[in-house]
Design a protein around this ligand. Structure first.
Ligand code: ADP
Ligand code: ZN
Ligand code: ZN
Length: 727
């Protein structure tokens, strides 16, 4: 009888929607989740064994053998592989690219895990034979030697207390022996800082989450800014640490990690690790390994932290669950919240989504009974919520874009030694330069957009494609040299504020002022000093930072957001206004918010201000139901771009034609994108709506393999965005 040659299916980090099957050489046994090196065209690639004995569509003679197996213990545990399979299916994305998002670069390059064992240091026989008299020249060496006399220590502990130099000196004298060892699990000694006495609402929330231990349950924790959500997180975590379990906290932005990290470290005194895009490859792998070995207790990270291979994950928390940056906006466009829920289901653990301004999706899930709704009605320390006042710009004299009322109120607060915050969602000096003679405006040559005038760096910058140009001396149309800025950005407002409030320190927070590494931290530090100060900035101000001394918030210009074509615009405006306003009055004084607008009667503004976000969101959800928009329908979006607009249109038209047989789908488009041209390319989109998720996904699964064979698909650049957020 002929021997059966085993075949394995390998997930390879390539953007192709197909299976890669290989032969497993005799005598090689390898489990799913382990890495292998395989021939791929003229190269070799590192992949992960995904399936053994698949139903291969290929002849065995067509298959090549695996070149080498890298390990016998899986780098990707089964639950993580299930998560990646789910993600690839749900987002209709090639498994290879999903794998790339989940596996640290060094592992994709084939580094061996055995190279990354922890090092354990002990005294050698020579070291044991020493006496204190041998170290009279160096107090540092003496200290380390004395410490090692009491027992072995790991490299992490050693380097936290002693210098690498001291270690090297003792190693050079052969007094220390180094041995490779498994990374040890973390050690919890109890609270390092006492917990706060919970309010009733907080206690109900903590109890609910604790009772769900060991089960998959989703909770929405809706609590106004400053209501003590973070305290709830901390108290949900404490009992898990007693049992040596692990917690993942997902945050939308890197900027928020240092603050939060500190708060968690102070409370627990356990290893808390940050995970975000600014880590080096080495730091990433280290965090990944520490999650796998149970060495780290808590990981605080951005989106892709949800793919870490925790040893015993028993709670996932997502802070600011409404935040759009939880959705990856390019390549593999997953929503971290939605995949984290799937992860919790696989791990059989609870997941807690916290925010002051829940997404309509999450509120809908509460209404449907899929999420358990927890609410914190009041600020924890008893501070009042800020009050809103609309400033009708049509009735006011303006100075540098600020109404007289606004200026008077700023003066009042500053004279009391308080901080004032101004929110203007446009960075740079002015949105464009304009010719005073003929009205010509500076436009990007490659995008359908104006170029922003940046006075400080003396350039015209396109905020869409990043192209920059020097400031023109003359009008591009009539040649006049009378060019002037139109409109106002944060850079200009800062300049004017210096004139109006000459002696007051001013801190500007926007992408330009925080570009340098460490700059954001330094600015936040200034803001945390008491004393009169003006803080101005873009939507960065809405991101969960704690500004204890702000008593007045001024929203300089809300009108740009009032008339948008995107059906999500009202929700996003409601969240933004509420979050910015929430920065006010977190200290002892009640806060106030002034909204400058030309449209004080606008229904949306009235609703948010009169009734608050919670009520506004519920009526917005009702409106989505009446208009059959998400979350009442499922949405998928094809986007395409090309140098020729017609190609995009034709390609989308071809999809429309192919989909006509699918009655359960409702199509909208092809439509030009709101930004019609970007970096020289025209952009079009097609919306697919369906009441039935399965019908939508079924149609897409049938369409994609067909679509990939269309010649036109190679002439345009395209992407599919499931549950798209930006239209
Ligand atoms: P959130 O995360 O909802 O914005 P925080 O957890 O940061 O709120 O809490 C806001 C402030 O209230 C913090 O200064 C915190 O120390 C305080 N705080 C939270 N819970 C309590 C409590 N139960 N008793 C007293 N102060 C509290
Ligand atoms: Zn541009
Ligand atoms: Zn001109």
């Amino acid at each position: 009888m002929e021997a059966v040659v085993p075949v394995i299916r390998v997930a390879l980090p390539v953007p192709l929607r197909q299976h890669f099957d290989y032969l497993l050489p005799e005598n090689v046994d390898i489990s799913q989740g382990c890495r292998v090196r395989v021939p791929f065209g003229k190269r070799e690639l590192i992949g992960v064994v995904w399936q053994k004995d698949p139903d291969t569509p290929y002849e065995l003679s067509q298959l090549k053998p695996v070149s080498a197996a890298l390990e016998s213990v899986p780098v990707l545990p089964e639950k993580l592989r299930q998560l990646l399979n789910f993600a690839a299916d749900y987002y209709h994305h090639p498994l290879g690219e999903v794998l790339t998002a989940a596996l640290p670069a060094l592992l994709r390059e084939g580094r061996l895990l055995s190279d990354y064992k922890s090092t354990l240091y002990t005294l050698s026989p020579a070291g044991l034979a020493c006496t204190a008299a041998d170290f009279t020249r160096s107090a540092k060496q003496l200290a380390l030697w004395q410490r090692l006399l009491t027992g072995a220590i790991t490299e992490e502990v050693l380097l936290a207390e002693y210098s690498r130099n001291t270690l090297k000196q003792l190693l050079a004298k052969s007094l220390i022996t180094a041995t490779a060892t498994e990374r040890p699990a973390y050690d919890y000694q109890g609270l390092a800082q006492p917990a706060l006495q919970l309010t009733v609402d907080q206690a109900i929330a903590v109890t609910a989450v604790q009772q769900a231990q060991g089960q998959f349950r989703s909770f929405l924790l809706e609590g106004v800014t400053g209501s003590g959500k973070t305290e709830v997180y901390l108290q949900c975590i404490a009992p898990l640490l007693e049992r040596g379990e692990q917690v993942l906290l997902l945050l939308p932005e890197i900027g928020l990690t240092p603050q939060t990290l500190q708060r968690f470290e102070q409370r627990f005194n356990v290893p808390v690790q940050a995970w975000h895009s600014n880590l080096s490859d080495g730091e990433r792998l280290n965090c990944w390994l520490n999650a796998a070995s149970g060495t780290t207790a808590i990981v605080i990270g951005t989106r892709s932290a949800l793919f870490l291979p925790f040893k015993k994950l028993s709670l996932i928390i997502i802070d600011e669950e409404h935040d759009l940056s939880l959705k990856q906006q390019e390549g593999f466009r997953y929503h971290a919240r939605d995949l984290a829920i799937k992860r919790a289901a696989l791990e059989n653990c609870p997941i807690l989504l916290g925010t002051a301004t829940p997404s309509l999706e999450s509120l809908y899930n509460c209404q449907q009974g899929r999420f358990i709704h927890l609410q914190l009605q009041n600020r924890a320390a008893g501070q009042a919520m800020p009050s809103f006042e609309l400033i009708d710009l049509k009735q006011q004299q303006l100075q540098y874009g600020l109404a007289t009322t606004s200026i008077t109120q700023i003066r009042q607060q500053l004279s009391r030694g308080k901080q004032v915050m101004l929110f203007l969602n446009r960075r740079g000096f002015a949105p464009a330069l304009s010719c005073q003679e003929c009205g010509w405006l500076t436009e990007c040559k490659r995008c359908s957009a104006f170029t922003t005038y940046h006075k400080h760096t003396r350039q015209l910058l396109c905020h869409h494609c990043g192209a920059s140009r020097p400031i023109p001396k003359q009008c591009g149309d009539c040649g006049s040299s009378r060019l002037a800025p139109v409109g106002q950005g944060t850079e200009q407002l800062e300049e004017h504020l210096h004139h109006l409030f000459a002696d007051t320190p001013i801190t500007r927070l926007d992408r330009d002022s925080t570009r340098r590494k460490g700059a954001l931290g330094a600015l936040l530090n200034d803001i945390n000093q008491p004393g009169a100060r003006i803080i101005l900035g873009t939507q960065m101000l809405a991101k969960g930072h704690h500004f204890p001394f702000v008593t007045l918030v001024i929203i300089v210009d809300v009108d740009g957001a009032l008339y948008s074509a995107d059906f999500r615009a009202p929700e996003q405006l409601g969240q933004l206004l509420t979050q910015v306003a929430g920065r006010a009055g977190r200290g002892h004084d009640k806060g106030k918010v002034l909204l400058q607008t030309q449209h004080p009667e606008h229904a949306l503004l009235q609703d948010i201000i009169q009734n608050g976000y919670a009520s506004f969101a519920r009526s917005a959800l009702l409106e989505r139901q009446q208009t059959a928009l998400p979350p009442y329908q499922y949405l998928a979006l094809f986007r395409t771009e090309a140098l020729q607009s017609e190609l995009c249109q034709q390609w989308l038209q071809q999809i429309v034609a192919w989909l006509t047989t699918h009655a359960a789908l409702q199509l909208m488009g092809p439509l030009l994108c709101p930004l019609e041209r970007k970096a020289g390319k025209y952009r079009w989109q097609l919306h697919l709506y369906s009441r039935h998720r399965a019908a939508l996904h079924h149609a897409l699964a049938e369409l994609l393999p067909v679509l990939e064979r269309w010649p036109l698909s190679r002439k345009v650049k395209w992407q599919l965005d499931i549950d798209a957020l930006d239209l």
